[in-house]
Design a protein around this ligand. Structure first.
Ligand code: IMO
Ligand code: MG
Length: 430
C-alpha cells in the first residue's frame, strides 16, 4: 500500500494527468486537494481524449473513488457540467466525494478576477479568469461559502445575500460596474446545490480510515510548485498550495501518512500567463516547440510560452518538495532538433548563479547559461524500453537526472497511456 503525491515542478501543464492516470491503475482513491477549474488535466485512452478541470482523473478507473478535498475551490456550475459530460460517456459518477469544507466559486469571483486583472494594466498576472484568486481571498477573509452551507438552501440564501451586498458595493462604487441580483444567483445555484448534495462527505475522515485500512491513495496536485502561493514566483502565481505540502493542508491527511512524492516535468519548459521565465525562447525555436508539443492551454486555449529545460528551477523545486523521483514528459516533442539545450546556471548582474533566486526582480534579470547536447532525429513515440531509445536521447535524460539531483522513474513519449517508458517500477508501485 502507498500514499503518493503527484505534483508539477514548474509552472503547470507538465502532464500530471497522464502520470496520475498511470498510478490510478492500482489506486483505491485519487484526490484533488488544491486549486479549482483553473487546472486542465488531460488523459488520452486509445483514441479518446478526456479533459478534466475539477473531477480527479482517477474517475476513468472503475474501482477508484475520487475525492474533491477541503483545499479545493469548486465552481458548482463547472462541476455539474463535468458530471453531465462524464455520464454521457458512460462513466459512473457515484464514486465522487466532495468535502463539505471546500469553498465554492460564485459569479462575483469571476467578476472580481476580471476587474482586478484589468485594473492592474501591464502588471496583470494573466490569470485564467476562473475566479480562483478572489475565491481563496474570501476564504482567508472568512467570508467564503463552504459546500456544507451551500447544500443547505436556507443557509446558502442568507450567506449569499449578505456577501453579495458587500460585493455589489465594491463592484458599483469602486469599479463602476453592474450589481449582481442575489435572488437570481440563488435561484440558479440552488439547482446545482441539489445535484452536489449527495456527494458531500467528510473526506478527511474518509481518507484517514482508507489509509488505516491500507488503501492506495494518489494525491493529484494541480498547477505546480512555481505557481505555489508561498514558494512560487509571487505575485505571478495561483492562490493555492501547489507543493507537496499542499496535499496535507488540503486534505487533512497528516504528513507521516505520505510515502512518496513524484514530481512531473516536461523535457522542456512552458509557462502560461505573465511572470519571469529565464529559458523562454521568443524565436522560431520556441515556436517550433509550441507547434510540436501543441502547447496551447487546456483551460483557456492561450498559446503557452516555451523554452529549454531549466535545471536550476527544477533542482530547486525538486529539493523544496523532497521529490522522490521525477517523470519526464513530452520527450518525443524534442525529436528532430539538431541540438538540444539545458540551462545549467543563470547569469545575474554578471555573476554565475546556480541557486534559484527567491526574489522576483532577481529572477527577472536572470539570463540562462546553457549546455548544448546533440539532438536526435528518430521518432521515439512508439519506443517502450529505455534501452531502445537513441543514444543521444538517453544522454539527454541522464544529463537532466544528474543536473536536478533526482532520479527519473518514467519517461513519456506521447499522449496515450501506453506511450510510457518505465525506468524505476518500484517508484511507481502503489
Ligand atoms: P494545471 O493543473 C498552467 C497560471 C495562470 C496564471 C496564474 C494565476 O493544468 O497544470 P489563476 O487563474 O490560477 O489565478 O492564474 O497561474 N495557472 C496555470 N498555468 N497550468 C495550470 O494548471 C495553471 N493554473 C494556474 O496561467 O499565470
Ligand atoms: Mg493544464
Amino acid at each position: 500500500m502507498a500514499n503518493v503525491i503527484v505534483i508539477g515542478l514548474l509552472w503547470g501543464d507538465e502532464a500530471k494527468g497522464k502520470v496520475v492516470d498511470f498510478l490510478a491503475q492500482e489506486a483505491d482513491y485519487v484526490v484533488r486537494y488544491n486549486g479549482g477549474n483553473n487546472a486542465g488535466h488531460t488523459v488520452v485512452v486509445g483514441e479518446s481524449v478526456y479533459k478534466f478541470h475539477t473531477v480527479p482523473v482517477g474517475i476513468l478507473h472503475e474501482g477508484v473513488t475520487v475525492v474533491i478535498a477541503d483545499g479545493v475551490v469548486l465552481d458548482p456550475k463547472v462541476f455539474c457540467g463535468e458530471l453531465l459530460a462524464l455520464k454521457e460517456r458512460g462513466i459512473n459518477t457515484n464514486r465522487i466525494k466532495v468535502s463539505g469544507n471546500a469553498h465554492i466559486i460564485l459569479p462575483y469571483h469571476n467578476i472580481f478576477d476580471e476587474l482586478e486583472e484589468s485594473s492592474k494594466g501591464s502588471s496583470k498576472i494573466g490569470t485564467t479568469g476562473m475566479g480562483i484568486g478572489p475565491c481563496y481571498a474570501d476564504k482567508m477573509s472568512r467570508i467564503g461559502i463552504r459546500i456544507s452551507e451551500f447544500v443547505d438552501p436556507q443557509r446558502f440564501r442568507e450567506r449569499l445575500s449578505a456577501v453579495i451586498k458587500r460585493k455589489n458595493d465594491i463592484i458599483t462604487k469602486v469599479y463602476g460596474g453592474k450589481p449582481l441580483d442575489a435572488e437570481a444567483v440563488f435561484n440558479e445555484y440552488k439547482a446545482y446545490a441539489e445535484v452536489i448534495a449527495p456527494f458531500v462527505t467528510n473526506t478527511a475522515m474518509l481518507l484517514y480510515n482508507a489509509s488505516k485500512n491500507y488503501a492506495n491513495i494518489v494525491f493529484e496536485g494541480a498547477h505546480a510548485s512555481l505557481l505555489d502561493i508561498d514558494h512560487g514566483t509571487y505575485p505571478y502565481v495561483t492562490s493555492s498550495h501547489c507543493g507537496a505540502g499542499g496535499a496535507c493542508i488540503g486534505t487533512g491527511v497528516g504528513p507521516t501518512s505520505i510515502d512518496r512524492v513524484i514530481g512531473v516535468v516536461k523535457a522542456y519548459t512552458t509557462r502560461v500567463g505573465e511572470g519571469p521565465f529565464p529559458t523562454e525562447l521568443e524565436c522560431a525555436t520556441g515556436e517550433r516547440i509550441r507547434k510540436n508539443g501543441n502547447e496551447y492551454g487546456t483551460t483557456t486555449g492561450r498559446p503557452r510560452r516555451c523554452g529549454w529545460f531549466d535545471s536550476v528551477a527544477v533542482r530547486y523545486t525538486s529539493a523544496l518538495n523532497a521529490t522522490s523521483a521525477i517523470t519526464l514528459s513530452l520527450l518525443d516533442v524534442l525529436s528532430g532538433f539538431d541540438k538540444v539545450k539545458v540551462c545549467t546556471a543563470y547569469e545575474i548582474d554578471g555573476k554565475r548563479v546556480t541557486d534559484f533566486p527567491q526574489d522576483i526582480e532577481e529572477l527577472a534579470k536572470a539570463k540562462p547559461i546553457f549546455e548544448e547536447l546533440p539532438g536526435w532525429s528518430e521518432d521515439i513515440s512508439e519506443i517502450k524500453e529505455f534501452a531502445d531509445l537513441p543514444e543521444n536521447t538517453k544522454r539527454y535524460v541522464a544529463k537532466i537526472a544528474d543536473l536536478v539531483e533526482t532520479p527519473i522513474c518514467m519517461v513519456s513519449v506521447g499522449r496515450r497511456r501506453d506511450q510510457t517508458i518505465i525506468l524505476d517500477a518500484e517508484m511507481l508501485q502503489m
